[in-house]
Design a protein around this ligand. Structure first.
Ligand code: ADP
Ligand code: MG
Length: 274
């Protein structure tokens, strides 16, 4: 990171955040450094000077293709997102511009009629990938699927609601008692069905790694690759999502239904039955 960018970062980051104190500051800076290039720093700094975000207060996760951070909304951000208050932290997901591989994402773009024309240059692809997640989240949120409400997308930077409790991000799916497990499986399958039938989407990367649990309720996250149901590989993706979920629950002692039965119910049965 260039010295100038580092200075901007210092301005962006809020050292006094309650949640951040639980983490090591050094670790945060290394994560930030790995994910953020000069252009991204400028976008974030622009969002800050426009009053959309206030400060970035911590790192939630850092993967090969993205970094996920906790931040606070600024006064203009509150106008964009009236159901959130100035104290409510939000999530900033930053798509890394250096690691996105066209071959790995092509099958989720080609065939989705919403994205007929696009440039294959990496920077443009990252922008498209972030925009795709924003649009999928909006569509799902409007349809009543449990997903983080998206706030704004600017190039490779996506702002969304935090799925958290008291400002602390919720944990990924992890089930314990047999009874709770059975109920959780049913809730997840119901979400997949609403996603398919009301939002017209298939998640296409569904696994316990992309499900957060808040107050015993599952929330689906990470939707860049999600496709509309008319996509030529829609069936294959839905089958894969179902198999991943059913496999996970079967390894936790749940008597899982056949994937074909669930597939049929999602595609054909009444919305209320699962
Ligand atoms: N809206 C959110 N609220 C709380 N935590 C989130 C949110 N979005 C992402 N996370 C956390 O960040 C991690 C990575 O986000 P994800 O969207 O799955 O990105 P990736 O493409 O890197 O897998 C998730 O596993 C989750 O722990
Ligand atoms: Mg993920």
């Amino acid at each position: 990171m260039k010295p100038d960018d580092k200075r901007i970062w210092e301005k962006l980051s809020d050292n006094n955040d309650r949640w951040r104190k639980k983490r090591k500051g050094k670790e945060d800076f290394q994560t930030i450094n790995a994910v953020i290039d000069g252009n991204t720093t400028k976008i974030l700094s622009g969002l800050q000077s426009k009053g959309i975000i206030d400060a970035i207060s911590g790192t939630i996760a850092s993967g090969k293709e993205s970094g996920v951070f906790l931040a606070n909304l600024g006064p203009k951000g509150i106008v964009l997102c009236q159901d959130l208050s100035i104290e409510s932290p939000i999530v900033i997901k930053i798509f890394r511009t250096s690691t996105l591989n066209f071959r790995s994402i092509e099958k989720y773009i080609t065939g989705d009629i919403r994205f007929k024309k696009y440039s294959k240059k990496t920077r443009n692809l990252v922008k498209l990938w972030a925009e795709k997640e924003y649009r999928n989240l909006s569509r799902s949120h409007l349809a009543g699927v449990n997903v983080p409400k998206p706030i704004l997308v600017k190039n490779n930077v996506l702002l969304m609601e935090l799925i958290g409790e008291d400002g602390i991000p919720c944990q990924l799916l992890k089930v314990s008692s047999a009874e709770a497990t059975q109920i959780m499986l049913k809730s997840i399958l119901a979400q997949i069905k609403i996603l398919y039938r009301k939002a017209g989407l298939i998640h296409a990367d569904l696994s316990p790694y992309n499900i957060l649990v808040k107050n015993s309720t599952p929330y689906l996250i990470d939707m860049s690759q999600s496709v509309i149901t008319s996509h030529p590989k829609a069936e294959e993706f839905l089958e894969r999502d179902l198999n991943n979920i059913l496999y996970y629950f079967s390894t936790r002692g749940v008597n899982t239904p056949e994937a074909e039965l669930i597939f049929d119910s999602i595609v054909n049965d009444e919305l209320s039955s699962i």
